[in-house]
Design a protein around this ligand. Structure first.
Ligand code: ATP
Length: 481
């Protein structure tokens, strides 16, 4: 169920413990723009690397990566349809002067209704959106008396389309010819390099090209912390297939992506598929993988069967052939498949939305009170392979040679995984700080260590402590990864 308090607690925790800060905070921040702090950046990097490895190294399909520039020739966005179509229906409140995405406004109101009424309203909205019926959308808002959250009035403009791309100028003369866009998706960098990669990599269809990078959208409503940002990171993979086989590959990638998700330590009941009713201008089938965030089920990843839309349009506008010669024999005709523009199945997941999912899932408040005293802790229960820090090495005291023993262990472990070393404060306090950033293992070096080379290892989730030989620490952590 939607729980705004949990989201607020996660936002506060993320800031207090160095995961995510509001951008330019000393100037009061910027709407829907965030900076990752020292632990957030590690978490994000672990997710990015895990996705990359899964796609380009562990996958049984032939997938390679690229890193295309953010700036692209402006015609790219004409060919892709973004100049004409990348817009959302918007409505302005005449009193507050605030602009809203119509679907967000109606969805927000639906959440305040009973389950049945809310679903009926969403269904009516989706019908109007599918039919591009802007008058119907406005009527829906008016008949339900959906008010502006700020002015509390229902004094609305007509519904209009609003383009989400950021533009800027390249070079010294600012005119229409020098106008370029910040990419709103990474996919186009893959399409325009399709033949470069296919030829130089001697890739045979079916094959994939993966990319991770920044994308920019002028989102009107800043909502949901790092769920909806103006600058965010996408992890996308375009899979090039023979025309006619796209439905099969679409199903394949739905299953395959869920396999990846099932390794992240997330409760499977918190995932669901949502089929698109209104298909994007490029798709012949599309669905979202949704996760149940604290604010309810929301899109985390899109799987889209993009047909040959992008390559065909790039071929037309660039006047360069973007075709593949398929020498395999078509069993129906007995001849080679020959030249064609491949079809594409895309998987596109937001890195920041994945981080928010992991934080939402990991965030746990525990009451540890006993009869003698009140106690509690906040712990982030990340699976070890994604945790920002894997091992904390904590000498019990700053003297008697304990730091020297601890530093020797640090030197042994840090080439293999991220460690954290700390000498200050009571050990209980140090444990709690490691719980708060999700460190799965803490090792304490005490006087007994010097006698028998054993250390206390403390497990984050159970808080169980046991003594093990110091030489076993590195392998114990490595095994968990
Ligand atoms: P939404 O309907 O939530 O605006 P979308 O359908 O426009 O998302 P896509 O164009 O399919 O999103 O982009 C692919 C993925 O990129 C999304 O599933 C999401 O994880 C991520 N993404 C899109 N927009 C944003 C954003 N503004 N902030 C963070 N991540 C985003």
């Amino acid at each position: 169920m939607a729980n705004e308090n949990t989201l607020q607690a996660i936002i506060a925790h993320a800031k207090e413990y160095g995961f995510v800060f509001p951008s330019s905070e000393i100037y009061d921040g910027m709407g829907a723009v965030y900076d990752y702090g020292q632990w957030g950046v590690e978490l994000k990097r672990n997710v990015r690397e895990y996705w990359w490895k899964w796609m380009t190294q562990m996958n049984e399909q032939n997938i390679v990566g690229i890193d295309a520039a953010i700036f692209m020739h402006p015609t790219v966005w004409k060919a892709s349809g973004h100049v004409d179509n990348f817009s959302d229906p918007m409505i302005d409140n005449k009193d507050s002067k605030k602009r809203y995405r119509v679907d967000h406004l109606i969805e927000g109101y639906a959440e305040t209704l009973s389950k049945e009424d809310g679903e009926a309203l969403i269904a009516a909205m989706e019908k109007h959106i599918a039919a591009d019926d802007f008058v119907g959308l406005k009527t829906l808002i008016e008949t339900n008396k959906i008010a502006c959250p700020i002015s509390k009035t229902v004094n609305w403009t007509d519904v209009r389309q609003f383009n989400l791309m950021f533009s800027t100028e390249v070079g010294s003369v600012a005119d229409e010819a020098s106008k370029i866009y910040l990419r709103p998706e990474t996919a186009q960098g893959i399409f325009v390099n399709f033949l470069n990669v296919q030829k130089t990599g001697r890739m045979k269809i079916p094959f994939g090209i993966a990319q991770v990078g920044k994308a920019f959208r002028n989102e009107i409503v800043a909502r949901g912390f790092i769920f909806r940002m103006r600058e965010f990171e996408q992890m996308e993979m375009q899979f090039f297939v023979r025309p006619g086989s796209q439905k099969e590959w679409y199903e394949y990638w739905k299953t395959e992506r869920m396999k990846w998700h099932s390794t992240l330590g997330i409760d499977p009941a918190k995932y669901r598929f949502h089929d698109h009713i209104k298909l994007a201008h490029y798709a012949d089938a599309a669905c979202d993988i949704e996760y149940e965030y604290p604010m309810g089920f929301k899109e985390l990843e899109g799987i889209h069967s993009r047909t040959d839309f992008d390559l065909k349009n790039h071929q037309e506008l660039s006047k360069k052939k973007l075709q593949y010669f398929d020498a395999d024999i078509d069993p129906e005709t007995g001849k080679a498949y020959g030249n064609y523009i491949p079809y594409v199945v895309e998987t596109s997941i937001g890195l920041d939305r994945t981080v928010l999912m992991l934080m939402s899932e990991a965030y746990t408040e525990e009451d540890l009170s006993t009869e003698e005293k009140q106690d509690s802790r906040v712990v982030l229960k990340f699976i070890p392979k994604l945790a920002p820090v894997k091992l904390a090495i904590l000498p019990l005291m700053k003297k008697d040679g304990l730091p020297e023993v601890a530093k020797a262990l640090l030197d042994e472990c840090r080439p293999h995984f991220k460690c954290f070393y700390e000498e200050k404060d009571a050990i209980g306090k140090r444990y709690r700080r490691m719980d708060a950033i999700g460190t799965p293992f803490c090792v304490t070096i005490d006087h007994q260590t010097k006698e028998d080379q054993t250390v206390t290892i403390r497990y984050r989730d159970t808080m169980v402590q046991e003594r093990i030989h110091i030489s076993a620490v590195k392998d114990l952590v490595l095994k968990s990864l």
